[in-house]
Design a protein around this ligand. Structure first.
Ligand code: NAI
Length: 462
């Protein structure tokens, strides 16, 4: 029998993005009655404005670069340019296929899916479309939206957010990217591949500043080689319109002009005017505060995803959603080790990591207790074939486990799977060195880095 608003659900979920729908799917699988409320499209930011469409753009960029560089592989090809409408058709096709699949999945699990804007009306209910949905538990999963800076207006035309950048009807001739974090370097990479002149402005001393400094430096070297410009340690002072575009000023007095400016200074939680304060949910700067089991201070209310102050990654949302569903169903759950979450930035070259940086390891264990090893992709056959440069760096606690893996190079995102097993299973370098890695693969480079750390480097140039 289909559920309706008169049912008391086991869980009412507000927000159908990665965190919310993963919780819904897992809860339903465990036999719980689930209502899932979404105001926009099932799948949320990741599927419609984030991970999936941006990676499709980045792949189109990779095809463009490969076409330009085809002669270097002995292949005759002429790069004529980007047909942006066709790029969007390809990207939208990927998204709509996954969207249909997800809708089918939610329907097949007998989840009560409600389209509309919900509002928390009590610690056990959400109002939507004039109906009240009551649950033993409520899960808040309303996600995040692009942030701006105080006084910086995003007009959607010359000063844009990543939402606008995803549907831009042209390749800009030139672009300023404000913020050299994940979104900033990914869009800088796409636009450069599509033929734009790009300048990144980053307040901190490095691009991708949350990564190990070695990875940031390698990325900067690669971007310099690609002709992507950047101003580091440069705080943004303001932007003005010119006749044809924008002029950004930096606090150090420099100015940069371009056709448009992308604001990529972070994403902020969606938590205003949704009844959270009224229900007594504790928040900090808009983020809903939770314990390690994603429980808020209100016993019936949990929260997951970009709404809480953990890593803003779709796979973190999935994991948090599953954790809440299992906890509500009475299963034993363990807190997430957020350092063990793999992180991939899909610019060209890719930056991938898991575990902690060398700096953090030294802070935690002391300078003399931290050992590192690097393997340069110049010594890796498959990377040579692909003509990609980069490095794998390992961070180890002296005589102990590997606590950080940091990789830069084309396709390095695909190597993070093994890296996360190494970190999360607390592998010793000698144990990984014992495992045979297939030749010739880029994966082999990860094996070689461990051979180096175990004191028996094979193809290492360092
Ligand atoms: P971010 O926090 O990663 O980067 C924002 C950057 O802007 C920071 O490096 C910051 O120092 C800089 N910034 C802030 N104010 C500035 C100023 N006044 N002047 C100059 N620079 C300034 O945020 P981003 O890139 O917008 O991404 C948002 C979230 O989305 C992140 O948490 C990210 O993890 C997630 N995301 C993940 C992706 C992936 O996993 N591949 C892809 C895209 C986004």
């Amino acid at each position: 029998m289909a559920n309706d608003a008169s049912t008391v659900f086991d869980v009412v979920i507000l927000g159908g993005g990665s965190g919310g729908y993963a919780a819904a799917l897992r809860a339903a699988q465990l036999g719980l009655q689930v209502a899932l409320i979404e105001k926009n499209k099932l799948g949320g930011t990741c599927l419609h404005q984030g991970c999936i469409p941006t990676k499709a753009l980045l792949h189109a960029g990779e095809v463009a670069d490969q076409t330009r560089e085809a002669a270097g592989f002995g292949v005759k090809a002429v790069f004529e340019g980007i047909d942006i409408n066709a790029v969007h058709a390809y990207k939208d096709g990927v998204v709509s296929g996954l969207y249909k699949g997800l809708q089918g999945l939610v329907a097949s699990r007998k989840i009560t899916y409600v389209e509309g804007e919900g509002r928390l009306s009590s610690p056990t209910s959400v109002d939507v479309n004039g109906q009240r949905y009551t649950g033993r538990h409520i899960l808040l999963a309303t996600g995040s939206v692009p942030k701006s800076l105080p006084g910086l207006a995003i007009d959607g035309n010359r000063v844009i957010s990543s939402d606008h950048a995803l549907t831009l009807d042209r390749v800009p001739k030139s672009a300023i990217v404000l913020g050299g974090g994940v979104i900033g370097v990914e869009f800088a990479s796409v636009w450069k591949s599509f033929g734009a002149e790009v300048t990144i402005i980053e307040a901190l001393p490095h691009l991708a500043p949350l990564e190990d400094e070695n990875s940031s430096k390698l990325l900067e070297r690669a971007f310099r080689k690609r002709g992507i410009k950047f101003e580091l340690g440069a705080r943004f002072a303001g932007v003005e319109y010119t006749e044809t575009g924008v002029r950004a000023s930096l606090e150090n007095g420099k100015q940069v002009e371009a056709e448009l400016m992308l604001v990529a200074v972070g994403r902020g939680p969606v938590s205003q005017n949704l009844g959270y304060e009224e229900a007594g949910v504790a928040m900090d700067r808009g983020y809903v505060l939770v314990d390690e089991y994603c429980r808020t201070n209100v016993p019936t209310i949990s929260a997951v995803g970009d709404l809480i102050p953990t890593l803003q990654l779709a796979h973190v949302g999935f994991a948090e959603g599953i954790l809440v569903a299992e906890r509500i169903a009475g299963l034993k759950v363990v807190p997430i080790d957020y350092d063990g979450v793999p992180r991939v930035t899909y610019c060209n070259p890719e930056v991938a990591s898991v575990g902690i940086t060398e700096a953090k390891a030294k802070e935690l264990y002391g300078d003399d207790k931290v050992v590192t090893a690097k393997f340069n992709l110049a010594g890796n056959g498959k990377s040579k074939i692909l003509k990609t440069a980069g490095e794998i760096k390992l961070v180890q606690v002296k005589d102990g486990a590997v606590v950080g893996v940091h990789m830069v190079g084309e396709r390095m995102g695909e190597q993070v799977g093994e890296a996360q097993l190494i970190y999360n299973w607390e592998a010793l370098p000698a144990e990984v060195a014992q495992l045979i890695h297939a030749h010739p693969t880029q994966n082999e480079a990860l094996g070689e880095a461990h051979l180096a750390l175990a004191g028996k480097p094979l193809h290492n140039h360092d």
